[in-house]
Ligand binder design. Structure first.
Ligand SMILES: NC(=O)c1ccc[n+]([C@@H]2O[C@H](COP(=O)([O-])OP(=O)(O)OC[C@H]3O[C@@H](n4cnc5c(N)ncnc54)[C@H](O)[C@@H]3O)[C@@H](O)[C@H]2O)c1
Length: 264
């Protein structure tokens, strides 16, 4: 695992600092860029690949290379982020991935990796970063869960188990952190147009023999009140508020931004 400072991290660090996991793609990248616009110093954590480094460099984001399925990487990532940013005020646990299979066929190693990346890593990063996050009295942990933190769908057992668990972790951490000015909240998006979802749309169009637009409207958005996919920037706008000092009184909240999906 290695770290590097993007252009905006090369000078003295001032103000609040944020680490966004899975921050070189989709929702994580949108949150990282929004935080930059809000005036925070931002580093993104992602798998250490040339493409991820290039995205971070292109946007002037600090980069921490880490595989969140490995405990030792989680520990080193917090140390490196703290050094890179000169502290840490906001931690966004966003990294994740999807695997679809019936339970009877679900690969055990994939289950282990998904639970580690989407549930154990948020716990470990929160634990290791706790002393940094509680230093200012305005710390924030934002966990990106999902509508699948509330409800289930078939064939997504590991994903749904991890996201349900992440909501439990959010509420527990919120109760423990309150006296230290550290808030802990979860954001639960419905379908957002990201590389992860574009891949799912293409797969379903192939397997069902229908167009991508039909998958969006008739399959993905069928339970939603608003029949339009969210954009990553929509999630970033909510994260921006939760990270702001104005949101000091919001903690343990599970914030749905889901097109009315879970209203019924
Ligand atoms: N896109 C949606 O519709 C949607 C809806 C609800 C929740 N979410 C959640 O939002 C989060 C981001 O999803 P996205 O759609 O932006 O996905 P994405 O695939 O665009 O980005 C996910 C990022 O996580 C990183 N990542 C995956 N495994 C990692 C590992 N082992 N170590 C470090 N980084 C790793 C990937 O490299 C990638 O940069 C996920 O937790 C996902 O479950 C997404």
């Amino acid at each position: 695992m290695t770290s590097s400072a993007g252009p905006s991290q090369s000078s003295a660090v001032q103000g609040r600092a944020a680490l966004v996991t899975g921050g070189t793609s989709g929702i994580g990248l949108a949150i990282a860029r929004r935080f930059q616009q809000d005036g925070l110093q931002v580093a993104v954590l992602d798998l250490d690949r040339p493409t991820a480094r290039a995205v971070a460099a292109e946007h002037g984001l600090g980069f921490v290379g880490a595989d969140l399925s490995r405990r030792e990487d989680c520990r080193r990532a917090v140390t490196e982020a703290g050094e890179l940013l000169g502290g840490l005020d906001v931690l966004v646990n966003n990294a994740g991935f999807q695997h679809i299979d019936p339970i009877a066929d679900f690969p055990e190693d994939t289950w282990d990796a998904m639970l580690h990346v989407m549930l154990t890593a948020p716990f470990l990063l929160s634990k290791y970063a706790w002393p940094l996050l509680t230093r200012s009295g305005q710390g924030r942990i934002i966990n990106v869960a999902s509508i699948h933190g509330h409800v289930a769908s078939p064939y997504k057992s590991a994903y749904i188990s991890a996201k349900h668990g992440l909501i439990g972790l959010t509420r527990t951490a919120a109760l423990e952190a309150g006296e230290q000015g550290l808030t802990v909240n979860a954001i639960c998006p419905g379908y957002v147009r990201t590389p992860l979802v574009e891949g799912q749309i293409a797969d379903q169009a192939r397997t069902r023999g229908i167009t991508a637009q039909e998958v969006e409207q008739k399959v993905m958005l069928e339970p939603a009140a608003i029949k339009r996919l969210l954009d990553p920037e929509d999630i970033a706008a909510l994260a921006s508020y939760v990270a702001s000092p104005a949101a000091w009184g919001m903690t343990g909240a599970v914030l749905d931004l889901d097109l009315g999906w879970t209203a019924r």
